[in-house]
Design a protein around this ligand. Structure first.
Ligand SMILES: *[C@@H]1O[C@H](CO)[C@@H](O)[C@H](O)[C@H]1NC(C)=O
Ligand SMILES: *[C@@H]1O[C@H](CO)[C@@H](O)[C@H](O)[C@H]1NC(C)=O
Ligand SMILES: *[C@@H]1O[C@H](CO)[C@@H](O)[C@H](O)[C@H]1NC(C)=O
Length: 484
């Protein structure tokens, strides 16, 4: 989880799903949930779905592979990226790590490999991750036919010159252009697509982005972020953005498979709740983001505390509510984390607030909670992938009215929005109480969110959107070429 929270499930982890399910899904569990028909958070399917539970369960065990029985399969349609077949694409990543940016670029690498493009990957920055992680990520790419070159070698320069398309990932990757291509920069710029996922002040440095005006195009994850970049590059740096395309992200197929597998979800839910000490009938509100002030965990806990008071004062009949903060990293944010923990103990909420260390496998948590809280402050999230991931799991979202969140959710239908900052504390606590007291509303919102994901935030939607942009860049390059 970095700038872009992501539920990427790595190959190893994916392979572990069926295994985990086999281990955990003993016959007794199966019997227990077939017999139990009362409502609890781990089984929000109706009894009519029992047939599906069994079929899916058997499928898992028989095949041993992760096979999903999908009743909504559409007729096979041509892959929108087919025109990229045999095209040479160079992907320039600022780093190779488990954070959102690089993982998203890897997803693009695999989408391009699927249609038979030649894909070369270079990593520009010095590695911060452990050798194990780097090795496993590189290995994964090599397995899928992505070539991995050194960012600074002659191979990288030759590839850039030959390539049909060069994708620079994040603003920081701009440093690679001058450092490596040197006198060739101008030749390469027209075929560069710059994919930008960040919205923080320190990225607006000429050192990173001075070549922006001359690249083939910029691709940005949300309209808010695109507008922000347009404004800031002009006001701060006096440069003009190139043709800019907004491309909303989509959920990976792996995530959707878990989200749509009731057996897997149920098993994960019971497992995670047990490990947190939360009962199946309790209600869980979770914020899943790297812990930092910008992500608003402090304000969320204040709201949560207010909700507990409201419930007590009004003597509302609701199941015990819990707050889960997934994304803790005591070493990185010691002061802020200490502040959060002090707040919890001062207000005697230890039994109601749970901290979970930073993790990439967010699916188990999404399977276990009742409501996602997206409390990113100030300009909000650039996009906020966790939001569409939660909606895939049929979760309602309580979000700040800011940034990418506004482009994903529908206020009042899939979500309830509150303002960022201190003035959002009471509205958020009221919304927590609203969803805690109204099961029907909560479930309906979750379903509407899921429908919205199926309509516009799946991998194939993202592929279609990206395909349009890549076509434009290839055209743009051809035009430049014929002019010169
Ligand atoms: C553009 O940026 C300037 C300062 O950087 C700010 O004052 C202004 O409000 C911004 N405009 C928009 C439309 O965001
Ligand atoms: C969480 O991380 C901290 C250090 O950052 C570590 O001490 C602790 O054992 C971790 N907890 C779990 C459950 O892994
Ligand atoms: C969301 O809907 C609520 C209820 O209709 C409304 O009070 C609030 O202003 C809306 N927020 C935004 C940002 O549209």
């Amino acid at each position: 989880m970095g700038k872009q929270p992501s539920a990427w499930i790595t190959t190893q982890q994916k392979k572990r799903w069926p295994l985990m399910i086999l281990l955990l899904l003993s016959l007794s569990t199966l019997m227990a949930f077939l017999i139990r028909s009362t409502f609890d958070s781990c089984s929000n399917g109706s009894i009519n779905n029992v047939g599906n539970f069994i079929r899916e369960g058997q499928e898992e065990e028989k095949g041993g592979t992760h096979h999903q029985v999908n009743h909504n399969d559409e007729a096979p349609t041509p892959n929108p990226l087919d025109f990229m077949k045999s095209k040479l694409v160079l992907l320039v990543s600022h780093e190779l790590s488990l954070s959102g940016g690089p993982l998203l670029l890897m997803e693009l690498a695999f989408l391009l490999r699927e249609v038979g493009a030649d894909v070369v990957w270079v990593t520009n920055q010095k590695q911060t991750e452990s050798d194990d992680i780097i090795y496993s990520l590189e290995h994964k790419m090599l397995n899928r036919g992505v070539q991995v070159f050194s960012a600074k070698g002659q191979e990288a320069i030759d590839t850039a010159l030959k390539a049909d398309l060069v994708v620079l990932n994040t603003a920081v990757a701009g440093k690679w252009l001058d450092a490596v291509l040197k006198e060739h920069v101008a030749d390469v710029l027209p075929k560069v697509l710059w994919w930008i996922h960040e919205m923080r002040g320190h990225y607006f440095k000429l050192e990173y982005v001075k070549h922006l005006p001359l690249v083939g195009g910029a691709m940005i994850d949300s309209h808010t972020t695109a507008n922000y970049w347009k404004n800031r590059t002009r006001e701060r740096l006096g440069i003009k953005m190139p043709e800019t395309y907004v491309v909303h992200l989509g959920n990976s197929k792996e995530l959707m498979e878990v989200a749509e597998n009731r057996v897997a979800k149920r098993v994960l839910c019971e497992h995670v709740r047990e490990s947190l000490g939360v009962k199946n009938e309790d209600l869980v509100f979770a914020l899943i983001n790297s812990v930092s002030r910008g992500k608003g965990q402090d304000l969320f806990l204040r709201s949560f505390h207010e909700s507990l008071k409201l419930i007590q004062e009004r003597k509302l009949k609701v199941p015990p509510i819990h707050a889960v903060i997934v994304g803790s990293d005591m070493n990185a944010q010691t002061k802020f984390e200490t502040e959060l923990r002090n707040f919890v103990s001062q207000n005697n909420m230890q039994g109601r607030v749970h901290f979970v260390n930073k993790t990439l496998t967010v699916a188990p948590y999404l399977a276990s909670i009742d409501v996602l809280v997206q409390n990113s402050q100030a300009r909000g999230e650039c996009f906020g992938r966790i939001t569409i991931e939660a909606m895939a799991f049929q979760l309602p979202v309580l979000g700040t009215a800011a940034g990418g969140t506004m482009e994903i959710v529908v206020n009042g239908t899939t979500s309830l929005l509150h303002p960022a900052g201190k003035e959002g504390v009471m509205p958020l606590s009221n919304n927590i109480v609203k969803l805690a007291t109204n099961v029907e509303k909560r479930l309906t919102m979750g379903k509407r969110g899921y429908e919205r994901v199926k309509e516009r935030f799946l991998e194939h939607h993202m592929s279609e959107r990206i395909a349009k942009v890549l076509k434009e860049i290839l055209l743009h390059k051809a035009k430049r070429h014929s002019e010169s």
